[in-house]
Design a protein around this ligand. Structure first.
Ligand code: GGG
Length: 357
């Protein structure tokens, strides 16, 4: 079976973890007889912006729309390009144009990684954040008035639509319904954000009526973040708006010990357009160029991509491989964020070797 993959490493450590993601994919492809055809793109990064005055070429949509999936690294180089320009000019364009309205982000304690949540065992944290990915607080609607004067006014709207909320809720309820605990938690802030968030809560209640087997609870985002730290075992599927989901899906992996291992899938569930797979972490300018970034977020994202393309066994082989390498815990192999003295490549090579058996 053959799949076309668009490869976009982006900025910073995206360029360092991407080769290890591809190494893992190739190892899985060899073992399971999958034919993966890669096309590499140099846009959606700040070098491209500085050379061309835009993050993407004019014809980017037509060039990417026919791929089976997009494998993405990270974006952002704030010393050279403001973050809102690089993010809005690339990743957020992909998510919207390809209607990738689900951002699925697993949060799991992994073997051998020391969690700041002392005394927890791996069973204590194993949940998904389902983030709404195309609207909400990430709107481009708003503007400035009286710029540069004392009367300066800045407004940005939150956009919530019935279709947009219902489709992410349906996905989250379906996911919860397939999992043994059948539990869904909704992130809200309807006491303070008094128009959009009560509407979100209403839609959760309406959707819950279609899923009587799923236990539903909801927390305001402030106490929810506290409970991620204090009681990660309470959660199974957590559904959240764009901004809340972004925050929760960094916090979840941080509670598991490092954000460097966290993967994500930006999914277009209808399959009309390619879905995009990327680590949760950004371009990490503080460590970029040193070759020490943890590649597991990129490698796990590769596994999510293979699963999305229908290769469950190959995806599982990748997860089993990095769990085995972590369990082994050889400090010469592991990256510094998880207590090792190795680097991006030593960890990536060890995982690829395990995948091939
Ligand atoms: N690999 C993900 C990445 O580059 N993230 C940068 C970022 O700021 N993302 C914000 C978002 O996911 O909305």
């Amino acid at each position: 079976m053959s799949h076309s993959i668009a490869v976009i490493p982006g900025d910073g450590i995206g360029n360092e973890v991407m080769p290890e993601g591809l190494r893992a994919l190739e190892a899985a492809a060899r073992r399971f007889g999958i034919d993966l055809n890669y096309t590499h793109f140099d846009f959606a990064c700040c070098d491209y912006y500085l050379a061309h005055g835009r993050m993407l070429p004019e014809d980017w949509f037509d060039r990417l729309k026919g791929f089976d999936a997009i494998f993405f690294g990270a974006v952002g180089d704030p010393a050279r390009v403001p973050d809102h320009i690089s993010l809005w000019g690339s990743l957020l364009q992909f998510r919207r144009a390809f209607d990738q309205y689900i951002n699925l982000r697993p949060c799991k304690l992994l073997p051998g990684i020391r969690s700041p949540l002392a005394g927890r065992d791996p069973g204590d944290m194993d949940f998904y954040v389902v983030r709404e990915n195309t609207e909400g607080e990430y709107s481009s609607i708003g503007g400035r008035m009286f710029e540069g004067t004392e009367r300066e006014v800045v407004i940005q709207e939150t956009v919530m639509t019935r279709i947009g909320i219902d489709r992410v809720l349906r996905y989250a309820f379906e996911l919860a319904n397939r999992r043994p605990r059948r539990k869904l938690t909704s992130a809200t802030k309807s006491n303070g954000i008094s128009i959009t968030m009560p509407y979100w809560d209403e839609r959760v209640k309406a959707m819950a009526g279609h899923y009587p087997e799923v236990t539903v609870d909801q927390y305001h985002i402030d106490i929810l973040t506290a409970n991620f730290v204090l009681h990660p075992d309470w959660f199974d599927v957590v559904v959240a708006s764009n901004l809340f989901g972004d925050i929760l899906s960094d916090l979840g992996p941080a509670c598991a010990g490092t954000i460097g291992v966290a993967p994500s899938a930006n999914i277009n569930p209808d399959g009309t357009y390619p879905s995009l797979f990327e680590p949760v972490h950004g371009s990490a300018p503080d460590i970029a160029g040193r070759g020490i970034a943890n590649p597991i977020g990129q490698i796990w994202s590769a596994a999510m991509m293979l699963e999305h393309l229908g290769h469950q066994a190959a995806a599982q082989a990748i997860v089993t491989a990095f769990e085995a390498v972590l369990t082994e815990g050889d400090p010469r192999v592991l990256t510094p964020d998880i207590g090792g003295q190795g680097n991006t490549r030593t960890l990536g090579e060890a995982i690829a070797a395990r995948i091939e058996g």
